[in-house]
Design a protein around this ligand. Sequence first.
Ligand SMILES: Cc1ncc(COP(=O)(O)O)c(C=O)c1O
Length: 464
Amino acid sequence: MNPTKQTPIDYQIVNKTIRKSGLESIGKASIREIVKLVNDIESDTGEQFIRMEMGVPGLEPPKAAIDGEIEALKNGVASEYPMIDGIEPLKYEISRFIDNFINISVKPEGCLPTVGAMQASFAAFMVSSRRNSAKDTTLFIDPGFPVQKDQHKVLGLKYESFDVYNFRGDKLRDKLESYLKKGNISTILYSNPNNPSWICLNEKELKIIGELATKYDAIVLEDLAYFGMDFRHDISEPGEPPYQPTVANYTDNYVLLISSSKCFSLAGERVGMMAISDSLFYRKFPELKQYFPSEGFGYSMIYGALYSLSAGANHSAQYGLLEVLKAVNEGRYNFVEGVREYAERAKAMKQLFLKYGFELVYAKDKDQPVSDGFYFTISFPGMEGSELLEELIYYGISAITLDITGSERTEGLRACVSQVSLNQMDDLEYRLQRFQEDHLKSVYIKRRISESLNACYRTGYVSL
Ligand SMILES: Cc1ncc(COP(=O)(O)O)c(C=O)c1O
């Protein structure tokens, strides 16, 4: 970056703020560190960014949720501890929701409100990884949500991972089995739709995962943070197909992690859901007794993990979630329509990025183009992801690198559409156009240099 060059966001200020942030590398920065950096640049320059770094729902929450929570507060729940495993009507409504929209049956007993899907995964890792000391490692089917790896670091747990993009369909079986047959995998985690690539595992792949989880006694944590948001299939009709695809059709070894943050725009309430399969809930693992008050998986989850983490989820937020679930279960509120706008934003944004020389990194979902949803992934020819992210910040555009998501595609960035409104498209276009003008030339020169060097090595003019 040439310091004298004009960039849409003042070069000197951006440069100073990056240095002041103390971040060792922008490319390795966590989502929240990028959020902080961009907040600082926005406040120092007075310029608004195209903010694509964090999955904050940019939509209004459903009225039923707000009303339900206010009513509960007025009724005095704020002063009362909720039961750790959740208020009875909510447990029932979660079970009904799973029946209506996933078409599987989980008893209310195993349906637990949690402090976001974030806490649900933390608690699930705690229990699942301690049921058998020989199985001490989680397998992430990546790319994935970086914080779940941070949870492993905090808990001192081991993990392995692979990027699923080149192992779709039948290829998934051998790849997965190559890890599972070593015998050390306690837990398999993936998100579907996938954060960040937005690929969606299909029935065949879920069947492979389910069958192998049963064969090798691994527990699948199916992260449904983007429930119903593969907009190609409208699952919004209660009790009618199509349903949210799930591994639960193929194994009993599952825990579903369901976020209310995205599909119900309730991120601020920090209330999510965990559903433990009926058979896993009652299964006994003698080694759990070393850490928890019981050998039972479900009992350990509630009176061991969730108790020690937060002793339950926010009481009034449970009532808010209850009301929205009732509304969707009774067909009074269509939650998929409520968030479909994300697909429109993704379509418009992708078009602009492609117009100005960017490429989609995870471009295909098996043999189809990746659909429009909450995230998409981009790269710019000749640049690594960390370099691209840093450069884009001078143009008022923020994202995160794919590097921190377990992706093999280190040239890429994850772009989240949720905080970008359609009326920012002109700004985005102007900034991308400027970016292309300023960078295509240097990319061209870099390419020519590398081509000439390669030619020299080939012809022996230069020896290594
Ligand atoms: C894949 C994935 N899992 C879990 C979460 C956390 O969800 P919650 O807000 O319910 O804690 C997110 C949030 O972005 C996510 O993308």
